[in-house]
Design a protein around this ligand. Sequence first.
Ligand SMILES: *[C@@H]1O[C@H](CO)[C@@H](O)[C@H](O)[C@H]1NC(C)=O
Ligand SMILES: *[C@@H]1O[C@H](CO)[C@@H](O)[C@H](O)[C@H]1NC(C)=O
Ligand SMILES: *[C@@H]1O[C@H](CO)[C@@H](O)[C@H](O)[C@H]1NC(C)=O
Ligand SMILES: *[C@@H]1O[C@H](CO)[C@@H](O)[C@H](O)[C@H]1NC(C)=O
Ligand SMILES: *[C@@H]1O[C@H](CO)[C@@H](O)[C@H](O)[C@H]1NC(C)=O
Length: 378
Amino acid sequence: MLTTPARTLSGVLAVLAAVASAAATPDSLPPQQHSHRTTSASAGCGKSHKPGYHYYNEHGNFSIISGGLSRYYSVQVPVAYDASETHALIFDYHGNSDTSTEQHNNSQYYNYAASQDYVVIYPQGLDRHWEGPTYAVAGIDDLQFTTDLLAHVQAQYCIDSDRVYGKYQVQSVYMRPLLTVMQYVSSFSETVWWDITQGLHLTFGQASGKSNGGGFVDTLACSDHGDSFAAFAMASAALYTDVNRTDCSKKHAIIESHGDQDTVIPYRGGQGSGGPLPNVGEWVSWWGERNCGEDAEAQTSGDLGGYNITSYSCSGFENVTQHYHFAQLGHCWPNGFGDNYDAVHLTSQHCSEVRVLDYTPVVLDFFGRWDLKCAPKK
Ligand SMILES: *[C@@H]1O[C@H](CO)[C@@H](O)[C@H](O)[C@H]1NC(C)=O
Ligand SMILES: *[C@@H]1O[C@H](CO)[C@@H](O)[C@H](O)[C@H]1NC(C)=O
Ligand SMILES: *[C@@H]1O[C@H](CO)[C@@H](O)[C@H](O)[C@H]1NC(C)=O
Ligand SMILES: *[C@@H]1O[C@H](CO)[C@@H](O)[C@H](O)[C@H]1NC(C)=O
Ligand SMILES: *[C@@H]1O[C@H](CO)[C@@H](O)[C@H](O)[C@H]1NC(C)=O
């Protein structure tokens, strides 16, 4: 789909032309500008969908087969869904013991105008868990489920893609031998090669989640399966798979919120119900260093009225790691109106009383800043 022989041939001709003129140098890479709309479309373009929240169609609940099992999901189709235009994509993961519909009502993306460009997918965990903690169902591969579901969504919906440059994106069987030949005949780096061939168009999404779902979003960020996502957002993340800095060697745009009074995933770490947990503040510094290097320094906001923000920035990557620390909040997706799922059901965590900040528009803002081209990747 991405690299037809014809496209490859034109790429080769373009490279030969460039070799002849010797005009291409690494300095000639285009600026990595942010843009949601691209000219390339996913296979699902042309298929229409009814706006609104859905978890079933005329054939029953939405599901795919992954790892030999039926795996379920639900979807929010934006009001202005247009089958002929590409849309941005969010995968939003629920907490332990919860459902996709509960997470739909927790993040409430649909309440915000900034979500109107997004198709939001709510995957359902097997037995309501995600892999990582000891309480998850043994042997379930939710990373593969994510990749399988992403492929399914791309085939069903019209989703944004980005032109991506780089070695790790070389996937086509047609491309590999040609790339070898071209490297032989030219001294250009692969990055320049992709510059000349205009890169590959890859569809991508953003990932978010709460608690066990937030921890899984971190697991995803640290895995190659996460390379199809531009940015990662969590609330009260259950970070069972990321307990020291060297656990993860990726660079990614990360935002997390955590309540200081969280009694399910305590801010200062320790033994959780699914294994050992890191200190959240330390985990934030690990992501700061993963993205910006060992000498990375945090910027702290000071008290903003019941919460503060820690940010890491480095060349080209402003606020690439961000952390919202709430003084009085428990184990919640922070909600400004006190009516989301946590606010209504998790009363013991003070979710409805602490209305200092609405986290969802913060997340949408963060997602709006990152796509596959401009986000850090490794
Ligand atoms: C479909 O999903 C809903 C919501 O999760 C659930 O209540 C219902 O039992 C499911 N139906 C089937 C046939 O799986
Ligand atoms: C979902 O959230 C709305 C508020 O936006 C609330 O009125 C409704 O009762 C919630 N539904 C469920 C099932 O929690
Ligand atoms: C990091 O954590 C892993 C377990 O996830 C452990 O095997 C490893 O020894 C730890 N490394 C350090 C430096 O603590
Ligand atoms: C980065 O974060 C700082 C502090 O919160 C804020 O003042 C600034 O506007 C942010 N920049 C971007 C691009 O989000
Ligand atoms: C941020 O807020 C938390 C919770 O109130 C507090 O413990 C921490 O010291 C604050 N950090 C900064 C840098 O102000």
